[in-house]
Write a protein that binds this ligand. Structure first.
Ligand code: SF4
Length: 117
């Protein structure tokens, strides 16, 4: 807290991720804590172009934000994405057969097709 207020993304020393993480932790705000996990999962699920600097990519930010706004619990969704990126949708070798959203995922569907060949 800065003077009784949550820090904004523009506050010195506070970036977008930290500001949003505090908003989610403090008030379950409907904001996406976009980090590398979010980007990797969105990229794989939607088979989208890789975004070089996701913090400022408006399309990616809109996509992540629309997911959070559609969720009943922003905190749970943000934590789920972080957990999934750390345990299942790993950077080098995603564990698609164990993934709960594999049927929705372009990359997961492709890897299942390749395994069956
Ligand atoms: S199916 Fe595979 S690539 Fe797709 S989100 Fe799950 S772990 Fe990641």
């Amino acid at each position: 807290m800065l003077g009784g207020r949550l820090p904004s993304e523009d506050a010195p020393g506070v970036g977008q991720y930290v500001s949003r993480a505090i908003q989610v932790a403090e008030s379950n705000a409907k904001v996406a804590m976009v980090d590398g996990n979010w980007v990797r999962i969105l990229h794989r699920v939607f088979s989208d172009e890789w975004m070089a600097d996701y913090r400022y990519d408006p399309r990616l930010q809109r996509l992540a934000q629309s997911m959070v706004e559609g969720a009943t619990d922003s905190r749970s969704l943000n934590w789920a994405i972080l957990d999934m990126g750390a345990t299942i949708c790993l950077p080098r070798k995603p564990l698609c057969p164990q993934c709960p959203i594999a049927s929705l995922c372009e990359t997961g569907s492709l890897s299942q097709i390749q395994r069956s060949l």
